[in-house]
Every structure is written in structure tokens, then in C-alpha cells.
Write a protein that binds this ligand. Structure first.
Ligand SMILES: [Fe+2]
Ligand SMILES: [Fe+2]
Length: 184
């Protein structure tokens, strides 16, 4: 498999969650309310899977190695756009978290910020994925030898393997801090 293989498979998973979010926000707008626990699940998915696991491999392996190649001006511009998209996703998710906390704490108006953030994410992610799948991933593979592509794929598998441990170690650390704070 080429190193873009796992990334394209992950795109299909992200699209499925985005489609659920699209349907949820349509329903919430009709009812003028939002499901805070679903938002927590969606935020965890976006932060852990879409951002750390997926964008992490794109930025820390694929884009990093492209940085050592004599890539075209067009490809350089697309990398910058893709990185800007990743930052936009992080900002929107951060705003969504804040609005969700405010809404859960009784700020009814925060529901409109929730709608805005979810609708922006639902708009933006499919376009980002299409840009990568259709205009970037396949052509940039030309810059790499078979050995370089194999090495990237191995590094992606290592990245995934390490991430699951990092994520759950962090869950434990957060849980320990919670116990410390409450004094129990
Ligand atoms: Fe990306
Ligand atoms: Fe991607």
C-alpha cells in the first residue's frame, strides 16, 4: 500500500462522522436545541481521530517529507492551504467546545454558536478531503521512490500504534488530576 492509502481510508471514516453531524445540526436548528453529549463525542472524534491521528500523519510524515523534495510551486501552495485548513478546523473545534460548555451551563444563546461551528465544520471538511484526495495525494506520490514510500507507510503505522497509548495515558492523567482537585 502507498502511504496515502491509510490517509484515504481515514477520510472515508471522517466523512461518515461529518454526515452524522450534518443531520444532527439540521435537526437541532429545527428544534432550537443541541445535544451536548453528542457534541462531546464529535469533538473527541475530531480532536483525536481527525486532528491528532489523521492530520498528525499528514503534517508530521507526508508534508514533512515533501519539504525535502523539489516540489512545484502549485504543490507548495496546496500544502500551505491544507495546513491553514487544519488550523481552521482546530479553531472551529475550540469555539465549539467553548459554546458547548456555555450552553450546558445555561447560556441558551450559545446554541447559535454551536450551530455556526458545526455547520462550518460540516461545510469545510468535505472540501478539504476532496482537495487532498482528488488534487494532491496521487500526484505528490511521484516525488518519492518505492523505498521512501514504504518507509513513510511504516512510520504511519508506528504513529498510530504510539497514539493509542498516548491518548489513554492522557485519560488516566486527567482522571488523576480530577481526583486530586476534588480531594477524594
Ligand atoms: Fe488534511
Ligand atoms: Fe486528510
Amino acid at each position: 500500500m502507498m502511504p496515502i492509502g491509510p490517509l484515504m481510508i481515514e477520510h472515508r471514516v471522517i466523512e461518515r462522522m461529518i454526515e452524522v453531524m450534518r443531520q444532527k445540526v439540521q435537526q437541532w436548528e429545527r428544534e432550537e436545541k443541541a445535544d451536548t453529549s453528542f457534541i462531546e463525542t464529535a469533538v473527541d472524534f475530531i480532536r483525536t481521530y481527525a486532528d491528532r491521528c489523521h492530520h498528525g500523519k499528514e503534517e508530521d510524515i507526508l508534508f514533512r517529507d515533501l519539504g525535502n523534495k523539489p516540489i512545484s510551486k502549485d504543490h507548495k501552495r496546496i500544502i500551505e492551504e491544507l495546513m491553514a485548513d487544519h488550523r481552521k478546523g482546530r479553531n472551529l473545534t475550540g469555539r465549539l467546545v467553548e459554546a458547548n460548555v456555555a450552553y450546558r451551563n445555561g447560556d441558551d444563546k450559545a446554541v447559535f454558536t454551536i450551530f455556526d461551528c458545526v455547520k462550518s465544520l460540516v461545510e469545510f471538511y468535505p472540501k478539504h478531503i476532496e482537495k487532498e484526495d482528488r488534487h494532491f495525494f496521487i500526484p505528490i506520490m511521484e516525488y518519492f521512490s518505492k523505498e521512501e514510500k514504504d518507509a513513510m507507510l511504516r512510520e504511519e503505522y508506528d504513529f498510530d500504534r504510539d497514539l493509542i497509548h498516548e491518548v489513554y495515558r492522557q485519560y488516566v492523567t486527567t482522571a488523576e488530576e480530577g481526583v486530586g482537585r476534588s480531594g477524594n
